[in-house]
Design a protein around this ligand. Sequence first.
Ligand code: PXL
Length: 271
Amino acid sequence: MTTAHPIALTIAGSDCSGGAGLQADLKTFQSFAVHGLSAVTSIVAETPLEVRQIEPVEIPLLQAQLNILLETYPIGAAKTGLLPSRMCIIAVSEVAETLKKRGIPIVVDPVMIASTGASLIDGDTSSILTNRLLPLSALVTPNIPEAEVLLNRKITTEADLETAARDIAGQFQVSCLVKGGHLPGDSDRLDVLWHQGEAHPFRHPYANIPGGIHGTGCTLSSAITAGLALGHSMEKAVPDAIEYVQGLIQSAHTWKHSGKNNGMSVRCLGW
Ligand code: PXL
């Protein structure tokens, strides 16, 4: 099969509320004019306010999705999102080995906690993520709580962001983008990319939205993946993706919930 259109694959969970997970990834691929493939790792019953149930997909079914996609499509880049169990990470790592051998870059968004604060993964998955999957990836995109788990130390200042990105990159032989959105204060925010031995800082305005906006992490990592599928360098794909997400934050919209969360409002990324 040949195609003029670049193709990107997301290996991620389904967010039935459409703001995060594979739904966010596919929407993002589409807006970069990249054809999106998805292998579903888990089904999450949630909204931006509440995670109600997480059901991992059976491993043979996950493998069947990945195998048929890898057999059929000339994938340009891939990303991982929610990988809810050790078995899931092992299955995805096997595929990541094949992708790496074919020279296809993988972006790992080390999803651990939903924007509600609810844990999305089994207790002991972070060690297998770091030992098996990270070394196979081209880029890892932790926020501060995730970077703290990866490094097993606290990140409290802007200066810590660069050393965290450098240390994660060195430890796992990947590029690393640490997202500084969780630092306290109401001034600008800093994200730091460590790529091929150099720090690339990206500053952007602080969006004062309590609890953040559901889906920004997924959207950022899929926008980077789309850029890589388009053949862009890491140094271009990352700032382009940050700018894209900043634009969606500016055009965010609000809904009021009914039912259990009656009257509570949720902010969602715009388009
Ligand atoms: O935003 C992290 C995330 C990733 N993937 C899925 C999710 C969430 C957050 O809720 O549901 C499927």
